[in-house]
Design a protein around this ligand. Structure first.
Ligand code: NAI
Length: 475
């Protein structure tokens, strides 16, 4: 088996944590039981690009339990938990000498070149074949296949421009090496039945590609299942934003001024958590609806420019770019903490920061850097501007990820087994499946549901067994 992880001897520790996580992931375990006999993913060759954590290990082993062949990478250079990666490679029945699990290409602290090399490896089955399904988080695997196929159609790979980000140069280098007469990427794209996408940013890319007529295979937007974005993005970040800050800095949050940029699902979770720790939270928004929500939730809403000099902690959660500029950072208080929890690292202008005259970067520990300005004052940047909850801590806890990943597995089964029902386009799962995911998590929390009477169901115009809301209902 081909694979590349940091250290296989961590597998035993990983396996212990996977066992604990399985208990906290009732949705995934129920799906394993439900489909044990029918094996709906037999024949599926799934390439996954999603943070290689303990929770993801339970997802991977669920896909395998349903019959799939799987190859995996992390979707971020800092988010791999090396013990999880090792345990997945070794597998539940394997040994470090004879690994019998799933090929994983991921370790904490990859370079950008290594990151994209890993992505290519996971997209290439032994013998040169590709996957027939992608499970993506942020859309990097989907992007590589689409760009490869696009440049094969064009017959050439364009050079990266001087102003393009460093990462784009790496992608162009990889494609220059692999785009060729054998039409590797075109063949991979043709075999793919579909992609299921985990996050807001990846989903945004998919809708854009579809709008521009560039999407090559159907996609299920897992992010916008209610049991994903209204839970993982919100309650997951409510947990892991504090974990990231604490593990990175251990600074007391109570009494500090914290700025959260963006009051979408992720921003709502972060602002709530920071307030829970006793911080005075200020929100920035561009959308009047979200700004009004933040105000009514009791947060001051203003512009970053107004408060950049008084805040102690900054968290970007917009999915947009250039939110905190180098100029903002230069105006911040001594030892202000600057972090991003959005998917990509361009919310904070790290390249601009590095170019400021007289700036010096002092590494404190992995994923924590002090940047000292020419005048002697400094700021602390977490995870080099990449998502701090996965870079500095261990991301979301198992229970919330069970909701997200149960949606992922159901979406994989949908696209793989009902391919003809999904012409090229971007879809969300039907509401009855969303409700099913929630239902699978109620017992573990001791939730007792009230049952509708037939008369009540008729009165509000639903079936006794659901779905209980119309598609336009907004939770
Ligand atoms: P969302 O679309 O619900 O929220 C983003 C908010 O940012 C919107 O309300 C938007 O109006 C606002 N915004 C956009 N530009 C802005 C600007 N210049 N200044 C202030 N506000 C601005 O998206 P969601 O689901 O909250 O996700 C945000 C990001 O977090 C995405 O990149 C997503 O992929 C990522 N994500 C990260 C997770 C993690 O564990 N780190 C988990 C889930 C999502």
């Amino acid at each position: 088996m081909d694979f590349k992880v940091a250290d296989l001897s961590l597998a035993e520790f990983g396996r212990k944590e996977i066992r604990l996580a399985e208990h906290e992931m009732p949705g995934l375990m129920a799906i394993r039981k439900e489909y044990a006999a029918s094996q709906p993913l037999r024949g599926a060759k799934i390439m996954g690009s999603l943070h290689m954590t303990i929770q993801t290990a339970v997802l991977i082993e669920t896909l395998v339990a349903l019959g799939a062949e799987v190859r995996w990478v992390s979707c971020n250079i800092f988010s791999t938990q090396d013990h999880a990666a090792a345990a997945v490679v070794v597998g539940p029945d394997g040994t470090t000498d004879a690994p019998r699990g799933v090929p994983v290409f991921a370790w904490k602290g990859e370079t950008l070149e290594e990151y994209w090399w890993c992505t290519e490896q996971a997209l290439t089955w032994p013998g040169g074949d590709g996957p027939n399904m992608i499970l993506d988080d942020g859309g990097d695997a989907t992007l590589l296949v689409h760009k490869g196929a696009e440049y094969e159609r064009a017959g050439a790979v364009p050079a990266a421009g001087e102003d393009d980000p460093e990462e784009w140069h790496v992608i162009i280098d990889l494609l220059t090496r692999t785009v060729g007469a054998d039409k590797k990427w075109t063949k991979i794209a043709e075999q793919i039945k579909g992609v299921t996408e985990e996050t807001t940013t990846g989903v945004h890319r998919l809708y854009e590609m579809h709008k521009n007529g560039q999407l090559l295979f159907p996609a299920i937007n897992v992010n916008d299942s209610v049991t994903k974005s209204k839970f993982d993005n919100k309650y997951g970040c409510r947990h892991s934003v504090i974990d990231g800050l604490n593990r990175a800095t251990d600074v007391l949050i109570g009494g500090k001024v914290a700025v959260v940029c963006g009051y979408g699902d992720v921003g709502k979770g972060c602002a709530d958590a920071l307030r829970g720790q006793g911080a005075r939270v200020i929100v920035t928004e561009i959308d009047p609806i979200c700004a009004l929500q933040a105000a009514m939730d009791g947060f001051q809403v203003t512009t970053l420019d107004e408060v950049v000099g008084i805040a102690d902690i900054f968290v970007t959660a917009t999915g947009n770019f250039n939110i905190i500029t180098a100029e903002h950072m230069a105006r911040m208080k001594h030892q202000a903490i600057v972090s991003n929890i959005g998917h990509f690292d361009n919310e904070i202008d790290m390249a601009g920061l590095a170019k400021l005259p007289g700036i010096e970067k002092r590494n404190i520990k992995p994923q924590v850097d002090e940047w000292v300005f020419a005048d002697g004052h400094s700021i602390i940047v977490l995870a080099e501007g990449r998502l701090m909850n996965l870079g500095c801590a261990t991301g979301h806890p198992s229970f919330v990820m069970s909701n997200s990943f149960t949606n992922q597995v159901i979406a994989q089964i949908e696209l793989f087994t009902k391919t003809s029902e999904y012409p090229i386009g971007v879809y969300t799962l039907p509401k009855h499946l969303d409700e099913k995911v929630a239902r699978l998590h109620l017992d573990a929390l001791g939730v007792k549901l009230t049952e509708l009477t037939k008369e009540q169901a008729a009165y509000i115009g639903v079936h006794v067994e659901g779905p209980y809301k119309s598609d336009h209902y907004r939770y």
